[in-house]
Design a protein around this ligand. Structure first.
Ligand code: SAM
Length: 279
């Protein structure tokens, strides 16, 4: 069980407008660069997200999906490659997995480490590493690598995507598994939601709305209930394109789930989860 967190929320005297901190420059739609993710996850955004996206509610909505996928495959050692603020790392440690938590953003890792302590006194093993050079900074091999929370979308060139997947592949044991999720960008690109579709997280505390979508960029605005707003520039991965890259890098079997369901039919899912097996 998750224990509740106390004393972590930060008090601010005025609402934050994310634009000041995030530095997208005069032409935000031109920002299509893999390295920009470090500028986007600024402390204000990260703190606010963590304050409002209640971990317990997230825990309930995901249920045991990832944990069961890992346990069913006899996984013991897991690399959380996109630790962020530590939600999945803490979950994995609590379930008894031998877990290492990596991220390319030192701010995120600091927050994850603090969250590990707050949620049950766990000392997370954090490693600062960019996926493109993962093997240089993270040692050993793993039974599973997870890259969750729509993180892979931050890679803006195919070369970076192939490089990252090749690094993941190399760090997995011979029968290892990679779990990677992504937003359903096909629906957005194909106009099935229209650009006005708003995603609400935890009621109406946070909303995410696409501000601009083309084949090379999905720019979302995140609005919080104190009127502050932040942006993320992401690459709109088509589901079958991600599956193709996974296959081409060497994964033998790829199962894709929609919103944690084995069969997604009827309504379009908001997220896809790819489970890629090496053997
Ligand atoms: N998995 C977490 C979750 O679900 O809450 C965090 C997701 S957050 C949307 C994406 C994370 O990916 C950020 O912490 C960011 O720093 C990290 N990230 C993005 N690009 C990266 C890269 N090239 N190498 C390493 N980490 C990266």
């Amino acid at each position: 069980m998750l224990t509740t967190r106390e004393g972590v929320s930060s008090v601010r005297s005025r609402p934050i407008t994310g634009q000041d901190q995030q530095r997208f420059g005069d032409d935000p739609l031109a920002v299509r660069d893999t390295d920009h993710y470090k500028e986007e996850y600024v402390t204000g955004f990260v703190d606010k997200w963590d304050e409002l996206i209640d971990w317990k509610r997230r825990y309930e909505s995901e249920g045991r999906f990832f944990v069961e996928q890992l346990k069913d495959r006899g996984v013991r050692k897991v690399l959380d490659a996109a630790t962020g603020t530590g939600f999945h790392s803490v979950r994995l440690v609590e379930e008894g997995f031998d877990t290492v938590s990596a991220d390319g953003s030192p701010e995120m890792l600091a927050k994850a480490f603090a969250n590990g302590l707050s949620y049950g006194g766990h000392i997370l093993r954090v490693v600062h590493a960019d996926w493109r050079w993962l093997n240089r900074d993270v040692h050993g091999t793993y039974d599973a690598i997870i890259c969750l929370g729509n993180s892979f979308t931050h890679l803006f060139s195919e070369r970076d995507r192939r490089k990252a997947l090749a690094e993941f592949y190399a760090m997995l044991n011979h029968n290892g598994v990679l779990i990677i999720d992504q937003r359903n960008y096909d629906a957005l690109l194909d106009g099935k939601y229209g650009n006005a579709h708003t995603y609400y997280y935890c009621g109406e505390d946070v909303s995410a709305e696409p501000e601009h979508v083309d084949e090379g960029l999905a720019r979302f605005v995140y609005r919080f209930n104190d009127k502050s707003q932040y942006h993320l520039n992401m690459f709109p991965l088509r589901k079958d394109y991600t599956r193709r890259l996974l296959r081409e890098v060497g994964f033998q079997r790829i199962d894709t789930y929609g919103d944690f369901q084995e069969t997604y039919q009827g309504d379009e899912p908001d997220f896809y989860i790819h489970i890629a097996e090496k053997a």
